[in-house]
Design a protein around this ligand. Structure first.
Ligand SMILES: Cc1cc2nc3c(=O)[nH]c(=O)nc-3n(C[C@H](O)[C@H](O)[C@H](O)COP(=O)(O)OP(=O)(O)OC[C@H]3O[C@@H](n4cnc5c(N)ncnc54)[C@H](O)[C@@H]3O)c2cc1C
Length: 297
């Protein structure tokens, strides 16, 4: 058996996948692209410029693994889907536990756990974000560079340009505080008040799908089943009702402060704290009070 962990970076989600992989196979090695992550493992380092999902998958497939594990990020899922086709393997996304060919994985945004068998010689899994406690890894990688043989078309889809996220580079998935807005914010302009509060709290901005559908914020800001899964110390959903598809993305939050004008909104069932009122009055009031106690006003 040869297990490869596809590691984009030694960030929280990457280290969760590495911990998961080592529990599955203590001999697991790492495959990385471009830069070697600082982990104590044998790292197969593919020399490819920039994100190109099919080329990255080709690099993984070229190592002929029997098991591939990656973080359940958008990229992790995309790259492993391509690798599964190349390796003629079976792929399970959002796995929380694995033993041999039996996996437990999240379905329906995490509201259902499914036990499944992976019937195939090559197994690929992505690890559901924030479901594994990271085990410390302090060490140096043993790097083995290689240049994968790419096929025509492997570089057709690739990142051509980078645009700064609206969170100013702060990762939504890993931010310690997230201020999120829903339909109740009323407009794209209404997010200015949330951005000001987020700036003071060192928070990332999130939003609901109602907001991305309205075009008020980019999809990269969306929290939920079809958005980013977050687990901040504090989550502040403003004018968000708490639909199951939204809650699927923030159930890892340690504290939830809901701001909503409806005391009966579903989100109140999950909230640790709540302020009932108009978001466009409450958020500026919190910001003003923070400025006052910090001597900024
Ligand atoms: C397959 C599928 C996948 C989905 N994936 C996601 C996903 O990833 N993420 C996601 O968020 N949704 C997702 N959805 C959509 C989800 O079902 C909800 O429609 C969406 O989350 C609702 O967004 P919202 O809470 O902003 O809007 P609403 O449900 O309309 O809620 C608005 C809230 O704002 C409050 N409000 C209104 N005015 C004010 C005010 N002035 N001050 C304070 N509060 C106010 C209201 O009381 C209400 O609670 C998905 C749906 C499907 C079918």
């Amino acid at each position: 058996m040869s297990t490869l962990v596809f590691l984009e970076a030694a960030d929280d989600l990457g280290l969760q996948a590495l911990t998961f992989a080592r529990r599955y196979d203590p001999e697991a090695e790492v495959v990385a692209i471009g830069n070697a992550p600082g982990v104590s493992a044998r790292v197969h380092l593919a020399e490819i410029e920039g994100y190109a999902p099919q080329a990255w998958a080709r690099a993984i497939a070229s190592r002929s693994p029997t098991t591939v594990i990656a973080a359940g990020t958008e990229r992790g899922n995309e790259v492993l889907a391509h690798a599964a086709v190349m390796l003629d393997g079976v792929f399970a996304a959002n796995v929380i536990a694995a033993d041999g060919d039996t996996v437990t994985r999240q379905r329906w945004g995490g509201s259902l756990l499914e036990e499944a068998r992976l019937h195939g010689d090559v197994k690929l899994m992505t690890v559901a974000p924030h479901t594994v406690a990271i085990e410390a890894d302090a060490g140096e990688p043993e790097v083995q560079p290689f240049r994968p043989e790419l096929e025509a078309g492997d570089l057709i889809a690739r990142v051509g340009e980078r645009v700064e996220t609206s969170s100013g580079g702060l990762s939504l998935a890993e931010a310690p505080v997230v201020v999120s807005g829903g339909r109740g914010v009323g407009s794209a302009e209404g997010f200015a008040a949330l951005e000001e509060l987020a700036g003071l709290l060192g928070a990332a901005i999130g939003c609901s799908r109602a907001v991305t559908m309205a075009g008020w914020r980019p999809h990269t800001d969306q929290v939920g089943q079809t958005g980013t899964k977050i687990s901040p110390d504090l989550y502040i959903p403003c004018g968000i009702s708490g639909a199951t598809q939204h809650m699927a993305g923030c159930k890892g939050a340690k504290n939830l402060l809901a701001i909503n004008n409806d005391a009966e909104a579903p989100i109140m069932a999950t909230a640790d704290y709540a302020v009932i009122g108009d978001v466009l009055e409450i958020v500026p009031a919190i910001t003003a009070e923070l400025r006052r106690v910090r001597g900024l006003s």
